[in-house]
Design a protein around this ligand. Sequence first.
Ligand SMILES: Nc1nc2c([nH]c(=O)n2[C@H]2C[C@H](O)[C@@H](COP(=O)(O)OP(=O)(O)OP(=O)(O)O)O2)c(=O)[nH]1
Length: 160
Amino acid sequence: MSATLASPLPHQASAPLLVVAAALVAGEGSEARLLLQQRPLGKHHGGLWEFPGGKVEPGETPAAALARELAEELGIAVDPADLAPLTFAVHEAAVTGATSGRDLVLLLYRCAAWRGTPVAEEGAALQWVDGAALRSLAIPETMPPLDIALCITAQNLLGA
Ligand SMILES: Nc1nc2c([nH]c(=O)n2[C@H]2C[C@H](O)[C@@H](COP(=O)(O)OP(=O)(O)OP(=O)(O)O)O2)c(=O)[nH]1
């Protein structure tokens, strides 16, 4: 006998958009810094500072997608095995009234090993931030909402 189950996601037909991002950490202790990238003007959240990354494409693992995005956006080579899951944030379209109507899950990985020097390959600006700078940027005027949520945990990678 079969039963008809109610959809667990009644407000949307498609699966959540999966986005991956990296907390690239250089240095240790009070010298530790995280890399932030400014989204190009004209894009969604243009001009705001985010953890570098992007969308997972069909057939990719999240870690492989992140390694690809870091190569494309920053010109660095990262072994997916060096990406350690750190935290995640969820944007529920039904709650926030997002225009896309699609939920979004943003996975943050810690990355402390890469080859090459990060350079903004797509014309975006970069900055290395310490804990105080990260705290001051983690506001809606300067950072997209999910990245702000990720900062709560990312902060732990930096000195006080
Ligand atoms: N990082 C981040 N991305 C967000 C948030 N909210 C939200 O809708 N997004 C969207 C913007 C983008 O569509 C997507 C991130 O993927 P991406 O960085 O590859 O986006 P993009 O605009 O460069 O896309 P594309 O040109 O490659 O198609 O997630 C948020 O709070 N933080």
